[in-house]
Structure formats: C-alpha cells, structure tokens
Ligand binder design. Structure first.
Ligand SMILES: [Zn+2]
Ligand SMILES: [Zn+2]
Length: 174
C-alpha cells in the first residue's frame, strides 16, 4: 500500500488521512509458518512536521500461527497503534532509531512499516490460549484434546530424588 503525500509535503502542519489494506504473503518467520487469511486494515494520518513526516495509524489483522506449546495453528489478532517518523533523507537512518523510516519522492510505502510493527513485535512465546496444556513430552498427544496414559510425574520424581540426596542416609556405617 502506497500513500501519496504530495498534497501535504510542502505545507508545514498539513495533514492527510488515509485508510487501506496491506497484503502479506504467507511466510516462515522464526521457523513458524505464518498464514494471512485476509489483508490487514490500516488507517491513520500523516502530519507534515518540522523535520519529519509523522505517521500515526492503527493496524488490524489476523495471522494464523502455530502454538508454541501444542503446535496447532491458531488465530493471533493484531490490534496495534503505531507512531512513526519518516524522513526523505536516506543518511538519517544512521542514528538507529527503530521508529524512523525513510521514503522517497512523495510516496510512502506502508507495507514494510506495517510488517515491522506487527511481525517483528510478535511475542516470542506464542500460545493458542494461556492454559494450553501442550503436547505430552513422551507420546506427543495433544493434551488439550486427549488424555494419555504416560507417567508424566518425572519432574516431581527428580525433585524428590534430589531431596533424598540432601537427607542423611540412615544406613550409613559408623
Ligand atoms: Zn496450544
Ligand atoms: Zn503421553
């Protein structure tokens, strides 16, 4: 999605509202398959500031991603407000400000901005629900759906064993 800002570019304080859609191709991100069922809705406003063009916008969309616990795909909702500074000077990127983007001519390309503010800010731990039980570490059963007969008390047993090591043994020879 490209917004033409030529009508505000020469007038300080001028504003331009816009709304539209940003489409993404299904992709693999951090080893996870991401699917986009529909384009993202983006609406917002450009303001011509003193040194920068300012963009404030809201992004709404849905991504289907695998749950990091049970591996089942689930719909992750994106509802994000962004505030971005834009400069037409390419050299200005040197200052490493993550909220600073560049544009060329009178055209602002929004896809990369929307991408960076949604995908790159996805939580590291992506779970289908906070109480997702995940997969059984022994047989791989999805524990949200089925029970399995595996003995999964291993971690408790290990803790008990550690405790026993700390206790004095009563069979010690004197
Ligand atoms: Zn899950
Ligand atoms: Zn199991």
């Amino acid at each position: 999605m490209i917004v033409n800002v030529s009508d505000i570019i020469n007038e300080r304080g001028a504003e331009k509202e816009f709304s539209g859609e940003v489409k993404f191709k299904n992709t693999v991100y951090q080893g996870d398959k991401l699917s986009f069922l529909s384009p993202f809705d983006v609406e917002g406003k450009f303001t011509n500031g003193r040194n920068y063009l300012y963009l404030s916008a809201s992004i709404h969309g849905e991504i289907v991603i695998p749950c990091s616990r049970c591996l089942e795909p689930y719909t992750h909702k994106i509802d994000q407000s962004i505030f971005v500074k834009l400069s037409s000077r390419v050299d200005i990127m040197e200052n490493d400000d993550p909220d600073l983007f560049t544009y060329t001519g009178n055209r602002v390309e929004l896809d990369r901005i929307v991408y960076e503010y949604t995908l790159l800010k996805l939580p590291i731990k992506r779970v289908c629900s906070l109480d997702c039980k995940g997969l059984c570490p022994k047989c791989g059963t999805n524990l949200n759906r089925h029970k399995c007969n595996c003995d999964r008390d291993d971690d408790i047993d290990i803790r008990l064993l550690e405790l026993k090591k700390l206790l004095p043994s009563d069979s010690e020879e004197v």
